[in-house]
Each structure stands twice: as structure tokens, then as C-alpha cells.
Design a protein around this ligand. Structure first.
Ligand code: 5RP
Length: 292
């Protein structure tokens, strides 16, 4: 693997613990002004310092992210459909590698819709994107998109979709958590991160995070379950305490409640672990340079 590619991946998946906390704010590319993401600038300003990388579109990046921030960018380069259109799977590549380079991205990301009407188009596009991105040492994150069918896909489907993406050369694959998630992780030769999916209660989202990591995922690319939370900063810190710390789901939820100023009525003896040996220096300051 070329130095530049390795270096960019290291900005996304921390070499210190082989874990990744990516904050997803790219939803507008097909959902428009998603609830609680209407004011992108404000949401990003409060959360960017707590994540390792930010998944975003170029329009949102240029309009809503301070270029002084050192947060590594995972640029969504696919699109072409909207939630009110006929078929979400008919995506194409919408951003050139030249523009991605101009934006100094750490990676590019696109969706593949395995098993859909437009699977051929999206899988071939993934191969083409890898061809182009590899020339410049840019890693490709493949998103195994399920359109409107979230929650209906099982380990058999997701392991197939992840494997197809990895075989096309994706360097990291994002997928959804499911039962028997080990099957998905064990049959995918590249690191897997999980999306959070639709908003669920905070304790459930933290359990999802913990279970996915326990099954072998290297981290999360989480959106709605962070910024649609009543306390997004508390939530991202709680997720961080699992991804880069040693908290289990319960401890992380206790931390979430403490940070939200809510009484801990779950288990009075359960102490959250707020000490994190792997805490990276850039996690508190968006202007600080990322650890190489
Ligand atoms: C949209 C995406 C999102 O980035 C992804 O779904 C992660 O966000 P969430 O945790 O809200 O599911 O790729 O297609």
C-alpha cells in the first residue's frame, strides 16, 4: 500500500487502537434538510471536535465547515437520487477526483446498492472510483446502502454486500449492524464500520455500538443517533467512550446521562469510565492537527 493511502487511512482509523469514530452529516444529499441537521454549520461546529473524521458532501463542506478545522474529511462523491424520487439505488458518481483533491480529503465515499435494480451501475462505479482514487493515494469508503429497506437486511445479505464492495477494492466498508454480525466482519477482508441507522433510544444506540465493536467492527460512521439525540455532545462523547475507551454500553449510557445532567436511575453502582488511554489530542479542539 502506498504511503499516502496508508497515511490517509491512519487519519480515519486510529493506528493507536485500530478504531474509528466517523461523524456522518451527509444525509442531505438525498434527504434534504433532515430533522436536526437543518443548521449544518451549528451542528458541525459543536460536534466536529469529538470525532476522528467527518463524512460530508462537497456542498456542505464548502458552505458549512470552517477550513481551519483539522478534522479529516470523508467526502461523499455519489448521488443523483432523492427520497421523493422513484428509486434510491440509481446513484452515480457526482464529484471528480480533482475536486476531492482540491478539498484535501482523507477519503472518498460512495454507496453501492447490491441486489437492487441498479446494482450493476453502482458496483461498476465503485470499481472505477477505486481505479481513480488509488492513483492519488485516496482511500475509498464503500457504503452498502439498503435504500428504504433498513432493518430488513440480515447477515447473509450484508456479508454478501460487504464482500462485493471489498472485492471491488474498497479500503473500508460501511454497513449496518445485524444479528450474527461476526459473519459479516469475518468474511470481509477490509475494516468495517457501522452506520447508526434511524434514531433509536440512546441506550440502544450505545448497545449497538458496543455489540458491533465486540463483533469486530473497527468503529462507527454515525449520524442520526448522535445529532438527533436530545444531547448530541453528550451522545458523541458516550459513543467515543466505547469506540476509543473501555466503556461498555451501560457505562457509556451512564456517562451520557451524567453529561446530559440527568440522574442515573439505572444502576447506582455503575461508574462510567471517563479515562481513556487512547484519547487523541485532536478530540477536544477542532483546530488542532490530527495525529498522524
Ligand atoms: C446516508 C449515509 C449516512 O452517512 C449513514 O447512513 C450514517 O448515518 P446514520 O448513522 O444516520 O445512519 O451514508 O446514506
Amino acid at each position: 500500500m502506498d504511503w499516502g493511502l496508508k497515511n490517509r487511512i491512519a487519519r480515519i482509523i486510529s493506528p493507536a487502537d485500530n478504531r474509528a469514530l466517523m461523524l456522518a452529516v451527509d444525509h442531505g444529499y438525498f434527504l434534504g434538510p433532515t430533522e436536526k441537521l437543518e443548521d449544518l454549520k451549528k451542528t458541525i461546529a459543536s460536534l466536529a471536535k469529538h470525532c476522528d473524521s467527518l463524512m460530508i458532501t462537497r456542498g456542505a463542506l464548502r458552505t458549512s465547515v470552517n477550513p481551519d478545522y483539522a478534522v479529516p474529511i470523508v467526502l461523499r462523491v455519489s448521488g443523483g437520487t432523492s427520497i421523493i424520487g422513484e428509486d434510491l439505488s440509481q446513484e452515480d458518481i457526482t464529484v471528480s477526483i480533482k475536486d476531492a483533491l482540491r478539498l484535501n480529503v482523507a477519503a472518498v465515499a460512495m454507496s453501492v446498492f447490491v441486489g437492487s435494480k441498479y446494482e450493476y451501475q453502482t458496483i461498476v462505479n465503485l470499481g472505477k472510483l477505486v481505479n481513480e482514487a488509488e492513483e492519488y493515494g485516496i482511500p475509498v469508503l464503500a457504503v452498502t446502502a439498503v435504500g428504504k429497506e433498513i432493518g430488513t437486511k440480515d447477515a447473509r445479505y450484508l456479508s454478501l454486500a460487504c464482500r462485493v464492495a471489498a472485492e471491488q477494492g474498497a479500503h473500508i466498508v460501511k454497513t449496518y449492524y445485524c444479528e450474527n454480525f461476526e459473519k459479516v466482519v469475518n468474511s470481509c477482508p477490509v475494516p468495517i464500520i457501522i452506520a447508526g441507522g434511524k434514531k433509536i433510544p440512546e441506550n440502544d444506540a450505545l448497545k449497538l455500538t458496543y455489540d458491533a465493536l465486540k463483533a469486530g467492527a473497527v468503529g462507527v460512521d454515525m449520524g442520526r443517533n448522535i445529532w438527533q439525540s436530545d444531547n448530541p455532545v453528550a451522545m458523541i462523547k458516550a459513543v467515543h467512550s466505547i469506540v476509543h475507551g473501555s466503556n461498555n454500553a451501560e457505562q457509556a449510557f451512564t456517562l451520557y446521562k451524567q453529561l446530559s445532567g440527568k440522574p442515573n436511575n439505572n444502576n447506582p453502582n455503575q461508574k462510567p469510565n471517563n479515562n481513556n488511554p487512547n484519547q487523541k489530542p485532536n478530540n477536544n479542539n477542532p483546530n488542532q492537527k490530527p495525529q498522524q
